[in-house]
Design a protein around this ligand. Structure first.
Ligand SMILES: [Zn+2]
Length: 217
């Protein structure tokens, strides 16, 4: 793409023990539009720019995509080029999404990583089957910025209002649902050992027994 490099003074880090879980939530109406364009163009790439609201929660950071802009662009099966007149306008958008026009999985190309992802707070990749990967710049307490790659299960189609409902659900789950983990489910990979444990025991107790068995040799 022709967007110029934006050099910044941030220093990039590789890992941070304090980083929170990160998710991207795409407003359902935006998702419908993106998929519609993808189906219309079929085997051609395209790019769209995204407005993002960052929602900082105790346990995670959610980047909520609430608006999008389709710039004038020339697209081929393997590239997109944004019209030069649009470059000023697209700088107003913190996020970007582009299509790799085939079915199934895909991951960012080298050019995506160096030119697209580094120039945006968030960058989402989609194929004709949906979102497959995203790259997010996360500022961590030490002042560094991490480039975090999110797998597809961290890219959700969901409205912001659902958040408060999920909080209520958390309460309800705590109140009403008693969880019992069956021993042979939690340790199915250790089949021989779990079979020697009796069922009906508290699973914490069984955990301890299992550890004893593992370490007794
Ligand atoms: Zn790409």
């Amino acid at each position: 793409m022709t967007k110029p490099w934006v050099f910044s003074d941030v220093s990039y880090g590789r890992e941070c023990p304090y980083i929170k879980d990160v998710e991207i939530w795409i407003k359902p109406s935006i998702d419908v539009k993106l998929r519609y364009i993808a189906e219309k163009l079929r085997f051609l790439e395209f790019v769209a720019y995204l407005k993002i609201e960052k929602i900082e929660r105790e346990d995670k950071i959610i980047y909520f995509v609430y608006d999008m802009y389709i710039p004038k662009q020339i697209v081929t099966q393997a590239s997109f080029e944004v019209d030069k007149e649009e470059l000023g306008k697209v700088l107003e958008y913190e996020g970007v999404v582009h299509l790799h026009p085939w079915r199934g999985e895909s991951s960012f190309s080298h050019i995506d990583k160096t030119c697209v992802n580094l120039n945006h707070e968030i960058s989402i990749l989609m194929t004709l089957d949906g979102y497959t990967e995203a790259s997010v710049k996360v500022r961590v307490p030490c002042g560094k910025t991490l480039i975090v790659t999110l797998p597809r299960d961290k890219i959700k189609v969901c409205d912001k209002e659902v958040l408060s409902e999920l909080d209520k659900l958390d309460e309800l789950i705590r109140e009403k649902i008693t969880t019992v983990v069956a021993v042979n489910q939690s340790f199915h990979q250790e089949e021989n050992i779990t079979h020697s444990l009796n069922s009906g025991k508290d699973d914490v107790e069984n955990d301890e027994k299992l550890m004893e068995l593992i370490f007794s040799d």
